[in-house]
Design a protein around this ligand. Sequence first.
Ligand SMILES: Nc1ncnc2c1ncn2[C@@H]1O[C@H](COP(=O)(O)OP(=O)(O)O)[C@@H](O)[C@H]1O
Ligand SMILES: [Mg+2]
Length: 226
Amino acid sequence: MNQINVSGLKKNYQTGKVVYEVLKGIDFSVEDGEFVSICGPSGSGKTTLLYVLGGLEPYTAGSISLFGKELNTYTDAEKAKTRSQDIGFVFQFYNLIPNLTVYENILLSSVLGNNKSKDEILPVLDSVGMKDYHAYYPSQLSGGMQQRVAIARCLINDPKIIFADEPIGSLDYKNGIAIMELFKTLNQTYHKTILMVTHNEDTTVYGTRTLHMLDGKVMKDEKNNQ
Ligand SMILES: Nc1ncnc2c1ncn2[C@@H]1O[C@H](COP(=O)(O)OP(=O)(O)O)[C@@H](O)[C@H]1O
Ligand SMILES: [Mg+2]
């Protein structure tokens, strides 16, 4: 089944009278279980595309069907529910809440996702190798560890799709590889659909497919050899 269908997608930003075209007509679909890398140079519109698909930014023209329903027909309540329960976001700078412990960061996400049980918190932390750190604060952890916690935070509500924006952009090589392996496991073992933005061609090998973006357009859409 297609989880995402994008056609003729355009997105403009406007500052004063100046209209800036960031997405200039994009078409693609994402099927259940794909791991799509969105690759391209800085400024090509990758983050904008991810935010628009996740409902964090409105779009200017074209259509986005998310889980079979046109995104701009979602009510605010439907959008909030989808964002908290069906999709998960992972960012470059982790965005953990500094004055909450690892456990509390996950608990907060779980409560926002209307997840009544706390039983899954420690197992989810275990699945990303962070169970022993549940009582730590983010500042006590390395970047790689914080990103693992951010991934656990998104997994706690069992999302159908994970959107990740340069998730290893702040990590050293070794930690970056470990996080990419974790995403690969989430895709292959837990069948999560993943859309990951990267400006580094080397990391696209972890995915099943690569969209190459340049100047607001998808220039190439290729399946990867697994
Ligand atoms: N809120 C905004 N207002 C105006 N222009 C923006 C905004 N966000 C992004 N842009 C512009 O859109 C272009 C694409 O940005 P972005 O999607 O962040 O690219 P990428 O993630 O590929 O580096 C850039 O030229 C950027 O300056
Ligand atoms: Mg970006």
